[in-house]
Design a protein around this ligand. Sequence first.
Ligand code: MF3
Ligand code: CO
Length: 249
Amino acid sequence: MIIRKSKREIDIMSKANSIVAETHEFLSEKIEPGISTYDLDKLAEEFIENKGGKPSFKGYRGYPASVCLSINDEVVHGIPSKTRVLEKGMILSVDIGVYYKGFHGDAARTFPVGKISQEAKSLIEVTRKALDKGIENAIIGNRLTDISNAVQIHVENAGCSVVRDYVGHGIGTDMHEDPQIPNFGPAGRGPRLKEGMTLAIEPMVNIGHYNVKTKDDGWTVVTEDGSLSAHWEDSIAITKEGPKILSRL
Ligand code: MF3
Ligand code: CO
């Protein structure tokens, strides 16, 4: 069942997501060669708590940290660690969830660490743009998979592949609500999009094949072929005026 939110509820979600966006901005300034993902996680946790929020991911199904930090071929759910130290040329996907006044916000960005390859730069750009294409289709009257298809078309036209095993989701009082939002598949399927739906759209894009696997830590998802992967996510609300992006400043 898809839970639609009132204007008042969307206002609270907007606040939760603005803490997410501020945390992204704050953390992005700390990303440089030599810092560990452990340190970034601690900085994020402190920042979120100072804003009156709680990190949504901490303790979720036993997740041991506050944010997810995924390097290079890590797709999502990378666990921060003192031994994971950033080096120039890496790409870092930062996924942040914040719980605030009963609602969740959720957004991800992929950042370069120092100077990166042209290939890595275009992967990041393709993924960011694919998210925008998905969001553009989150309008009243469209069907759910119009979002999915728009993402897939953009990614595949650019010669990259879109991860199948993980999907976007509805978001609200629960971090994961209905519907699931795949980043691939034919358009024109699934429920019609309606005012008040709140969705986290999150393409995960690989340079190589879309197959992924989970490492022995039980969390870190990596590309099967070792190719680079990027992740962009925003939480949005569907309104009469079009998609309202809640997780951008
Ligand atoms: N943004 C991710 C999601 O939508 C975050 C989940 S990480 C977890 O599912 F640790 F909380 F599982
Ligand atoms: Co999400």
